[in-house]
Design a protein around this ligand. Sequence first.
Ligand SMILES: Cc1cc2nc3c(=O)[nH]c(=O)nc-3n(C[C@H](O)[C@H](O)[C@H](O)COP(=O)(O)OP(=O)(O)OC[C@H]3O[C@@H](n4cnc5c(N)ncnc54)[C@H](O)[C@@H]3O)c2cc1C
Length: 441
Amino acid sequence: MTSSGQATPSMAEATLDVAIAGAGPAGISCAVALIRRDPSLKGRISVFDRARFPRSKPCGGGLTGRADQAMRALGLELTVPSMACDRGLIRFADLDRSVSLGRPVRIVRREEFDASLVAQARDLGVVVQEETPLEDFSVDADGVSFSAGGARRRAKILVGADGVSSRVRKRILDRAGTPDGRPIRLFRSELSVSRAVWQRYADTMVYDFSLFPNGMRGYFWIFPVPGDRLNVGVMHDPSTPLSGGDLERLLQRQLQKYGLPMAEAVRGWPAWGYDSSRAVSSQRLLLVGDAAGIDALTGEGIAVGMEEGPLAADQILVALRSGEFGFGGYREALRHATVGRELALDRQLARLLYHQERWKKLLPLILFDQRMVEMYAARVSGSLILTDQKPALLAALIRHALHYRSRKVAFGRALAVRSPLYQLRNGVPIRVGPQVGSDHE
Ligand SMILES: Cc1cc2nc3c(=O)[nH]c(=O)nc-3n(C[C@H](O)[C@H](O)[C@H](O)COP(=O)(O)OP(=O)(O)OC[C@H]3O[C@@H](n4cnc5c(N)ncnc54)[C@H](O)[C@@H]3O)c2cc1C
């Protein structure tokens, strides 16, 4: 191996135990978990990435408490500049809810963060080959033949950590006969602002749901970034049909409302929400991270990928020892792990909250039930598992039903302030604008 961790030609040609496509947080976590659990795998696993690090990665860069925990469990450290946010601000029109985060969320620049993970993995003996894209592959009885960076190679196992446009995901879903539906979309930009404006947001993550009456199902965010910059964006669930142009206009309009500069070079990226009924493995193939699916409620995926990497590593170690490479148990292992249970719960919550009409009943629950917001904040901090809180969630729903009438009136007032499409009649928000299949103005 060279000092930079690049494979020598003879190593690259040998049959690998594990080839990992993608050196983002998910792929690196899987590789590090493998090496930590079985140091004899050094030199027998290789991570291939089509990019050279530091590479650009559109992201909010929020490392939650769960990401902290996952990194600590792998012995990885945060070595790049970050902003520590210990406050979350949840907004809808003129309603503000503030919540303190037991453990701050750290906002990083992904370019820097991902490169630092690659460097740490190399220090542990993981081979990472940059500018070496996985081009194609085929699975046979004895292994996987693949082409990466123009060279033919073989491995016993191929892990798809190749992000949202994963080739490995496509193959697995095609085999399972479950093609993808419509993806979540995230639009993001980084703004340069004055020191005074930046300080207003320096310890706070803003999640603003005010765009619901405009047909957007998701939220607008503002996260502080080191160096007088703000990371801003919108996350949109596909349950309402907004075009890319619509979403960009909504983002710009929201920035205007906050008195922030217009975003330049805004781009949207798709992401697949995790769905526990979809295949995440097939013979000799496994998926981790965005390739397996992100949190459908929040669009969070860094911690998800870093929790899934070690789970996949456990399955791989069993396969290497037993010689059984079907990975039939991986989906169940993922479903039963904390990460899979939390993802499944958020998928259900997303279905409720982002539903065409139901949001008017569910958003007030979040806005008026402080306990509910605190539970979610504790989950973000990593001190609580929401799926273990079913009685508390049920209690929140019962409280909501009991207080619904008064909450509806206050929410309706905020909704009428927010959107000319709604007017208050006897305290109830009634749609008065045209019906066009979505709430879009
Ligand atoms: C706008 C936006 C904002 C977001 N904000 C947040 C946030 O604040 N917090 C959070 O937790 N999550 C956020 N996410 C989600 C988060 O970015 C992803 O979930 C996370 O990057 C997933 O990590 P990954 O390793 O699976 O994939 P990636 O980080 O995408 O890494 C995949 C790697 O695979 C490589 N690759 C792709 N194809 C090939 C190939 N054929 N061969 C070899 N290599 C290949 C790529 O170069 C890349 O390095 C956001 C996403 C978006 C789009």
